[in-house]
Design a binder for this molecule. Sequence first.
Ligand code: 13P
Length: 261
Amino acid sequence: MPENGRRPMMAANWKMNKTVTEAERYIAALLPRAADSGGVDVAVFTPFTCLSEAARMAEDSEVLVGAQNFYFEDSGAFTGEVSAPLLLDIGVGAVIVGHSERREVFGESDETVAKKAKRAVEAKLLPVVCVGETKEERDSGGMWDKISGQTKAVMDELGGDVSGDSVVFAYEPIWAIGTGDTASPEDAQEAIGQIRGLLRETRDDSFADSVRILYGGSVKPENIAEIVAKEDVDGGLVGGASLEVESFEKLIAAADGQKDG
Ligand code: 13P
C-alpha cells in the first residue's frame, strides 16, 4: 500500500469490443495474474453482452467486473437501458459513469452523469466517474472550468454522507483518448492534484485523501510507470492497451511495482 493509504486501481475499459468467447478467454487468463497483484485493485469494464459470463467467472476472485454505462432509474419504460438492480443481479460490482464518449457521442449532460453517480453509490455499485477537457478547451484556457464544473456537478448531487472509498474519479483528457498522445506525467499530476484540491474544498480532508483518482488516455505499458509514480495518480483507466490481456497484465504489474510502499 502506498504511503498515502490509497490502494491503486488498474481498470480495463474494453469499450465496444470483444465477443463472449473472447471475454471468457481473457478473464480466464487474467484471474491467476490478478490473484497475484497484491497491492492493486483490478477492474474490467466489459460490454453488456459479456457482463454476465465475466462476472460469473470472476466471482470470489480479485477481479472486479463492471459495466460501461447504466441508467439511474431502477426499472420502467426506458427502452435500451440497463439499471443498477439489473447489473447487481448478475454480479456486476462497478460502473463507468460519464465517459467522454457517452458525453460527446450520446449527449450525456453533467446533470445526467451526476444522477448516475449518485444512484450507483446508493446501489453499492462502485462508480468510476470520468472528467476531462477537449484540446480546444485546454488551448483556450477553459480546461479547469470544464473539469471543475463536471466534478462539482457530481459532488453536489452526491451530498455530504458519501465516503471517499465509495466513488472513484478518472481524469481522461479527451485529446489523449485513443490518440497515442498521452498527457505527460506532470500534466496528469497537475490536473489530478487540482481535482483532489477541489474535493478537499467542496468536501473535506478525509474524502479528498481517500478518494482514488485514475488517469486515462493512451496509457501503455511503456508510459504507465512514470504516470502512476506521481503522488496524486492512483492508477489507470485503459482502453486500447487493455484489449490484449498480456498488455493489461503488464500495466497491473507496473502499477503494483510503482505504488508499493
Ligand atoms: P485509450 O487508452 O484507448 O486512449 O482509451 C482511454 C479511455 O477512454 C479509457 O476509458
